[in-house]
Design a protein around this ligand. Structure first.
Ligand SMILES: Nc1ncnc2c1ncn2[C@@H]1O[C@H](COP(=O)(O)OP(=O)(O)OP(=O)(O)O)[C@@H](O)[C@H]1O
Ligand SMILES: [Mg+2]
Length: 269
């Protein structure tokens, strides 16, 4: 075990058995022989073709799915139940529609028995950090897509998990809102010492945010390569294309990813 590892994935395989007619049950290999170390305090992104098992691997880190073979360790211990230590921001923001923005942000603190006045004070601080002051009493349906994503982000960060899993958190947003949220995320993360595992289909986003990028092969997914992002910090996400390290690294990553996607498209035709 690497001493500085937040998460260690060792020789993981995952077979899903499709439900339905008994005689038509089919085993489906989703992940094959995945090994990866996520060092503590690093920002690590997963990129790869749709269906290659990225979300499945996050679910394993959160203890929601078990490997068929191999092991996932969290801070040196095997994950064998729901891992309540991680913060998990899923693709769907899952805000509670009957609660206001502020009540959604406070929910995890409520579960942890934090007194109401402390909850309020902390929620106000986080709400202000992402520019949502004044919207505390709005319900989710009264918020824009970007505001909902911000709410989902601070709802997890407010209880200060040391490891945060984020599954395409900015996926459905327009390009401008997306870059603004990337910038906010980096400012919340930098200097925090937190480990972030971030899934995205957007290579520019992966490069702009990450220290390391794990590229998955097409299904059954395995890790094809891990890259160290050759860009300094702090990052300027608004002008990331102008960073001297960007163009060459982007081309290399895209070339390697394209091999996985183009083959799938050709096989399907
Ligand atoms: N609970 C499940 N039961 C059966 N098959 C599943 C289950 N969860 C995932 N799979 C299958 O495993 C494969 C990997 O799924 P996963 O959601 O991890 O992919 P992904 O890389 O996150 O894809 P995307 O980029 O589209 O989100 C897919 O073929 C999916 O259908
Ligand atoms: Mg997914």
């Amino acid at each position: 075990m690497d001493r500085g590892a937040a998460i260690e994935i060792r020789d993981v395989f995952k077979v899903f058995v499709a439900r339905g007619d008994r005689h038509q049950r089919r085993a489906f290999l989703a992940l094959r022989d995945v090994s990866l170390t996520i060092p503590s305090g690093r920002f690590v992104s997963f990129v790869g073709p749709s269906g290659c098992g990225k979300s499945t691997l996050l679910n394993m880190m959160a203890g929601l799915v078990r490997p068929t073979d191999g092991e996932v360790q969290y801070k040196g211990l095997s994950v064998d139940g729901i891992n309540t230590d991680v913060g998990y921001i899923t693709q769907d923001d899952n805000l509670l529609p009957w609660r206001t923005l502020q009540e959604n942000v406070e929910v995890a603190l409520e579960f942890r028995g934090v007194p109401a006045d402390q909850r309020r004070e902390r929620a106000a601080r986080y709400i202000a950090m992402v520019g949502l002051s004044g919207f505390e009493h709005h319900y989710p349906h009264e918020l824009s897509g970007g505001m909902r994503k911000r709410t989902a982000l601070i709802r997890t960060l407010i209880y200060e998990p040391s490891v945060v899993l984020m599954d395409e958190p900015f996926g459905p947003l327009d390009a401008q809102t997306r870059v603004i949220l990337q910038d906010e995320l980096l400012r919340l993360w930098e200097g925090s010492g937190k480990t972030i595992v971030f899934v995205t289909h957007d290579l520019v986003e992966a490069i702009a945010l990450s220290d390391e990028i794990a590229l998955f092969s097409r299904a059954p997914g395995t890790i094809k390569r891990v890259y160290q992002v050759p860009l300094g910090r702090p990052r300027d996400v608004f002008h990331i294309h102008a960073d001297p390290g960007f163009p060459e690294f982007y081309d290399r990553l895209w070339r390697d990813l394209k091999e996985e996607i183009v083959d799938v498209v050709l096989e399907a035709t």
